[in-house]
Each structure stands twice: as structure tokens, then as C-alpha cells.
Design a protein around this ligand. Structure first.
Ligand code: ADP
Length: 424
């Protein structure tokens, strides 16, 4: 699927390049060709005008022979372009004078005369070895005889220039299209990487979520069947099964809630309020509320907070502190301690949740914020965690433009550190 999309994108890219190159090439070719033609025509016109306006030169054209043409440069006379040549013929197309002594083999004078008679004075013609641009003019002498003057210029240089141009545009364009095709392939490959990763993450998320729900569903089903096997027994007799069902249902409810939170966060559908609030107050409140849980687990819970304010969402920040303190209490063995502290540090507010629990090995520290990541699968599921708590904590911190990190030593304990921009 990705490879097809990649090739398609590259193809579009090369196609767009081909159209661009073609358009630019054609426009440049037409413009250059026009300007070359204009230059040729104007040199022919100038020469024709210089000859026809000069009786001396005209007279020479009526004399057979080669040396007679008065082509000298003097002050009163306009010099004739050396690229242009001129020939005179009688009305039947027989050459009278060829002052520049050019090879006239194959020059279709008769055709040119016919065209000129029908008003077409300008023609491009092919002679033996070259192509020429020719201007034909009919002239009459005072004595009443008519003759034709052909002023012409070879198109060889013009043709070879245009051919070279076409070659350069052709090969250059082809190279550009091929290169852009490969470039497009490379770029598309790079552009698709994050999409591929996002899809892969999504796929893993769905598969982990289903996997995560399978165990509690199986437990609920099994206990249900046990209860149904003895329809006459009392609720009291089935208390273990019913408690197991209730526990797993609660676990599933929490899991589904967490899944929904993350899915909505991914879609950007959760709006996080940005009101100025007493962060220390939030932390104190949560810690107080969790005192009973700490007592139940026989873990000491202490709290010390400096006055600090942040801009944020009180519900989400409460949730963040609950996740961190709950984890600390959950993973710390009986007799251990959890300390929650916050202080202002420069333009940041720093929250630390430190415990004397088992610690997290360095190789796991980076991954514990990933969804469904657990250091010890079996033990942590038994502890009731969904594996989504820290992923949600990270999202909340980032939504508040803060950072979360962990410092931990195996066997000694773990400290989670949250830094948020201070509102003061
Ligand atoms: P869970 O629901 O499993 O607690 P979390 O995302 O909250 O999921 O945590 C991910 C994993 O990080 C946990 O399974 C646990 O292995 C580890 N962890 C989190 N907090 C602590 C802590 N305070 N001490 C030791 N390990 C922890």
C-alpha cells in the first residue's frame, strides 16, 4: 500500500516536472526562434533597402559579371551586411549578377518569382546544401525592362542554433524529469515515514487494547459460568465469583476510560483549559485524598509544597498527580515511603513524586511512558494497572507545555519529575 502510494507520488512529481520543463522549453524555443528570425529578416531588409535606394548599386546588378558591383565602403554609402547575399535575375529567373559569388546550385528562382507575383515576397527555400531566407523584389529600369532582386541569407547558423537549443532542452528536460522522479521517490518515502509510523502505532494500540480487554472478559465469563452452574445457591455462597466480576468490570471501565482519553487526545478533541490556578493547592488536595489508600497499603505518604501557580486545567492536573501518586503507592512495598513535593525553580514549577519502591531499570525508563508498556507484565496486571497511566500523564504534561522525566535506581526507589511553566 505504501509502496504504491510512493510510486504514485513520485510519478505525479515527475509528471509535474515534465509539464513545467515542456512549457518553459517550448516558450524559450519559440521566443529565441522568433528573435533569430527577426534578426535575419531585418538584416535582409536593410540590405534590400540599401541596394534599392542606390542607383549605382542597382545599375551594377544589371550588368553581367562578378567584379562590377560597387560594394565599397565610403561615407555616403551604407555598408552591406556580409552575411547577406544578393542576386539579380531576369523575369525568367536566369541569373544576371551574383556579386557575392555564392553557390546558387538548386536555388528555385522561378518558384520565388511566382511566389513574389502572388504577393509572397518572403520565403524560406532549400537549395542544394543549405536553407535560405529570401526576399524577392521586382524592379523596373528606366528603359522599361524588369528584373528581380533576391536578397537572401543562409539559415544554417539559425537552424543549428535552434537544433542545439532543442537538444539541450530535450536532454536537460529528460534528465530533470528522471531526476525529479527519483527525487520524488525519495521525498515520498521520507514523507510517508511518519504516516507509516502513526498507522503502526495505531495498529499496535488497537491490538494491545483488545488484548488488554480479553483477560478481564475471560475472567468475568468464567466466574459467570461458575455462578450459573449453581442457580440455587445464595449470593453469599458466590461472593468470591461476584467480587471477581465486580473487580474486573471496574478494571475494564477504567481501561475503557483511559483508552477514550488517549483516543480523544490523539484526535485533538480534548480542550485543555488555561486558567491560572494554585498548583500547590491541587497537589495538597490530591495527596490528602489519597492518604486513606496509603494507609491501607501501609505506605507512608508525606507532602511539602511551596506556593506555586500555573496556567492549566484543574481536572487534568489533578488526574496527573493521582496517576503519579497512585503508581508510587502501588509499586512501593509495605513499610515504604512516598514523598510529594513541589517548588518553584526559575520560571518553572517542579513537582516531584518520590518513592522507596523497587525502582525502574535504565532500559525501561524511556519506554514506561509508552502506551501499555509495563516493566513486569504479570505482576503489574495483578496490581491493577492498565499500562496507560504514564502515557496519559505525559499527554497532560505536554498539553500544559511541560516536561515529565524519571530518575530511578533499582532497589532504591523512583522519582517522577514534572516541570510546568510557572504562571508568575
Ligand atoms: P500501570 O497501569 O501498569 O501502572 P503506567 O503507565 O502507570 O501503567 O506505568 C507503566 C509502568 O511503569 C508500570 O507498569 C510499572 O512497570 C512502571 N512504573 C510506573 N511507576 C512506577 C513506580 N513508581 N515505581 C516502579 N515502577 C513504576
Amino acid at each position: 500500500m505504501f509502496n504504491r502510494a510512493r510510486f504514485k507520488l513520485a510519478l505525479w512529481f515527475a509528471g509535474a516536472m515534465a509539464v513545467t520543463v515542456l512549457a518553459i522549453g517550448a516558450a524559450a524555443y519559440i521566443l529565441i526562434s522568433r528573435s533569430l528570425n527577426r534578426e535575419i529578416d531585418s538584416s535582409i531588409e536593410t540590405t534590400q533597402a540599401a541596394i534599392t535606394s542606390d542607383p549605382g548599386r542597382l545599375a551594377s546588378l544589371l550588368v553581367q559579371g562578378e567584379d562590377e558591383f560597387d560594394d565599397h565602403h565610403d561615407d555616403n554609402r551604407q555598408a552591406l551586411s556580409t552575411d547577406v547575399f544578393f542576386v539579380s535575375t531576369n523575369t525568367s529567373g536566369d541569373v544576371i549578377a551574383n556579386p557575392r559569388q555564392v553557390e546558387l546550385e538548386g536555388m528555385p528562382f522561378k518558384d520565388l518569382i511566382t511566389s513574389a507575383k502572388s504577393g509572397d515576397a518572403w520565403r524560406d527555400v532549400s537549395a542544394e546544401h543549405s536553407r535560405y531566407r529570401v526576399m524577392t523584389t521586382r524592379l523596373d529600369t528606366r528603359s522599361g525592362t524588369s528584373f528581380y532582386l533576391f536578397v537572401a541569407r543562409s539559415l544554417d547558423a539559425h537552424d543549428s542554433q535552434l537544433n542545439r537549443l532543442a537538444l539541450v532542452f530535450g536532454f536537460g528536460g529528460l534528465a530533470a524529469v528522471v531526476l525529479s522522479g527519483f527525487g520524488g521517490l525519495w521525498l515520498a518515502g521520507r514523507a510517508l515515514v511518519p504516516i507509516r509510523q502513526a498507522l503502526e502505532t495505531q495498529r499496535r494500540f488497537v491490538s494491545d487494547a483488545s488484548h488488554e480487554l480479553r483477560t478481564p472478559i475471560a475472567v468475568v465469563q468464567a466466574n459467570n459460568e461458575l455462578v450459573l452452574r449453581h442457580p440455587d445457591s445464595t449470593v453469599d455462597a458466590n461472593l468470591d465469583q461476584l467480587e471477581a466480576i465486580a473487580g474486573e468490570t471496574e478494571h475494564m471501565t477504567r481501561l475503557v476510560e483511559d483508552l477514550l482519553t488517549l483516543a480523544r487526545a490523539d484526535e485533538g478533541r480534548i480542550t485543555v483549559a488555561r486558567e491560572k490556578l494554585d498548583f500547590a493547592g491541587v497537589v495538597e488536595e490530591v495527596t490528602r485524598d489519597m492518604g486513606a489508600l496509603a494507609e491501607m497499603r501501609e505506605v507512608g505518604l508525606s507532602e511539602s509544597c511551596e506556593r506555586s501557580e500555573v496556567h492549566g486545567d484543574v481536572q487534568r492536573l489533578r488526574q496527573l498527580v493521582v496517576i503519579l501518586v497512585d503508581n508510587a503507592l502501588k509499586y512501593t512495598a509495605t513499610g515504604g515511603n512516598v514523598n510529594v513535593s513541589c517548588k518553584r525553580s526559575g520560571r518553572r514549577v517542579e513537582l516531584r513524586v518520590a518513592d522507596t519502591g523497587p525502582g525502574i531499570a535504565a532500559e525501561h525508563q524511556k519506554r514506561i511512558f509508552d502506551r501499555f508498556y509495563r516493566v513486569d507484565e504479570a505482576r503489574k496486571r495483578a496490581a491493577g494497572g492498565s499500562g496507560l497511566g504514564l502515557a496519559i500523564a505525559k499527554w497532560i504534561v505536554e498539553a500544559h507545555h511541560g516536561r515529565i522525566s524519571v530518575e530511578s535506581t533499582v532497589g532504591k526507589g523512583t522519582t517522577f519529575i514534572v516541570r510546568l511553566p510557572s504562571a508568575e
